[in-house]
Design a protein around this ligand. Structure first.
Ligand code: NDP
Length: 446
């Protein structure tokens, strides 16, 4: 590893020892871009890496709210404004009990390079709360969102910081958050939030974009190795926003999705009925355990789908971080899986990624493969600025082109540095990082 990269990494490990996910993300990016620093020794003099790993600003605040019984609760709210060299901070809000500053720093850091890969003018940020939306009434969710926004509003704006959804934050939550922003600020600024409902400034295809974009990216990966006509058998983990629309596009491509999962278990069904999954998750907000009864076929099992013995070619992890470790990667390989593309952020830990690469599995990292969501968010911002709406076909076509372009950038970066053109991890990190560094240096010493 380059000595400068190693020094910055070691310093960070001392300073942020209590943030394992953040260190994991930084280590992956810095080790895979080490070669860039070998070739640009001047970057060390300009402290480029030290500037890049440090967020521009981190905001933490309390979020008091009252439940339906009149009992008070207090959660922690956060916004990490990581890097604005390319444009306003852009990145989702996550509501999940596991949220802490380290997780949001990891997500914000990843977001910088993902957003750079879209080539759209957006910087990187992330936010959220340790609030658990599960089992809460609609009114409780609304009160929580309003309390969260009562603090957040002063830090965001269409030209400064534009949040969106993530785990636990969908179109309902974005509606409550945006509505309260509009009320407090007294202005109509739809461009301050993306992932809005279609009725007040949302973009067609935004809901579908991350999952659809993931499948478009997989198509490019398959083309890259001469398998463009393949009709793979697919396992999708998760059954939230990203998973559902990845499954929908995979089915439209004529691929067979044989399993999906949630936080408690997974379903296996050779004739998987996505409408039933949508009903359970989007309408009832229930467990996949209901699936066999509602669909009239298929099986439900507790545990991780990646521990199961199934036969499939492609895995699309679309649930959460560190879902796949080395052991699960080996099991996936033994199931026949030869391509993993990440809909979620960092679903594969370090051992899993090493296993994929050492066993010749094609690996599409989240920051490239799931960038379709934020890219379409940027398209939503453009439509809001122009005060017009594009058709589904128009947005979908732009999304498709962006995913093709992201894939091409990964391959080009590999070629530029003499790496294997299917090393998407290095390709994505290098291409994203070069764009951000160039912008930072051109703007002085911030
Ligand atoms: P959702 O909240 O809509 O769905 C999350 C899904 O993951 C649910 O099915 C949930 O199960 C499952 N899940 C949660 N925790 C675990 C766990 N520990 N083990 C297994 N499954 C789990 O989130 P999204 O679909 O929006 O996001 C999923 C991932 O994609 C996240 O990593 C997010 O950061 C990333 N992402 C999202 C984008 C977007 O546009 N939404 C854009 C780019 C990346 P249950 O239903 O039981 O809660």
């Amino acid at each position: 590893m380059n000595a400068y990269v190693e020094r910055v990494l070691n310093d960070l490990k001392k300073k942020d020892a209590y943030q394992p996910e953040f260190l994991q993300a930084v280590e992956e990016v810095l080790t895979s871009t080490s070669i860039v620093f070998d070739l640009h020794p001047l970057y060390e003099d300009k402290a480029v890496l030290e500037r890049l790993v440090e967020p521009e600003r981190m905001i933490q605040f309390k979020v008091p709210w009252m439940d339906d019984r009149g009992v008070y609760h207090v959660n922690r709210g956060y916004r990490v404004q990581y890097n604005s060299a390319l444009g306003p901070y852009k990145g989702g809000l996550r509501f999940h009990p596991s949220v802490n500053l380290g997780i949001l720093k990891f997500l914000g850091f990843e977001q910088i390079f993902k957003n750079a890969l879209t080539t759209l003018p957006i910087g990187g940020g992330k936010g959220g709360s340790d609030f658990d939306p599960k089992g809460k009434s609609d009114e409780e969710i609304m009160r929580f969102c309003q309390s969260f926004m009562t603090e957040l509003y002063r830090h965001i704006g269409p030209d400064t910081d534009v949040p969106a959804g993530d785990m636990g934050v969908g179109v309902r939550e974005v509606g409550y958050l945006y509505g309260h922003y509009r009320r407090i600020r007294g202005v109509v600024e739809p461009g301050v939030f993306t992932g809005k409902s279609l009725g007040f400034g949302g973009s067609l295809i935004r809901k579908e974009a991350t999952g659809y974009g993931l499948v478009y990216f997989v198509c490019e990966m398959l083309k890259n190795v001469g398998l463009e006509n393949a009709k793979p058998r697919v396992v999708v983990s998760g059954s939230g926003n990203v998973a559902i629309y990845a499954c929908e596009k995979a089915k439209q491509m004529g691929w067979q999705v044989i399993a999906m999962s949630d936080s408690k278990g997974y379903i296996v069904d050779e004739h998987l009925d996505l409408d039933v999954v949508k009903h359970i998750k989007e309408v009832e907000r229930g467990s996949l355990a209901l699936y066999p009864e509602y669909a009239g076929h298929g099986e439900y099992h507790e545990g991780s789908v990646y521990d199961a013995s199934l036969a499939y070619d492609v895995a699309l992890p679309c649930a959460t971080q560190n879902e796949i470790n080395g052991e699960r990667a080996m099991n996936m390989y033994n199931c026949g899986c030869r391509l993993v593309a990440e809909g979620a952020n960092m679903p594969s830990n370090k051992d899993a990624v090493a296993y994929y690469l050492n066993h010749g599995m094609l690996y599409g990292p989240g920051k490239a493969a799931n960038a379709g969501g934020v890219a379409t968010s940027a398209l939503e911002m453009s439509q809001n600025s122009m005060r017009l709406s594009w058709t589904s076909a128009e947005v979908d076509e732009r999304l498709h082109q962006i995913m093709i372009n992201i894939h091409a950038q990964c391959v080009d970066a590999c070629n530029k540095y003499g790496l294997d053109p299917t090393n998407y991890m290095a390709g994505a990190n290098i291409a994203g990082m070069e764009r951000v560094i160039e912008a930072m240096l051109a703007q002085g010493d911030y």
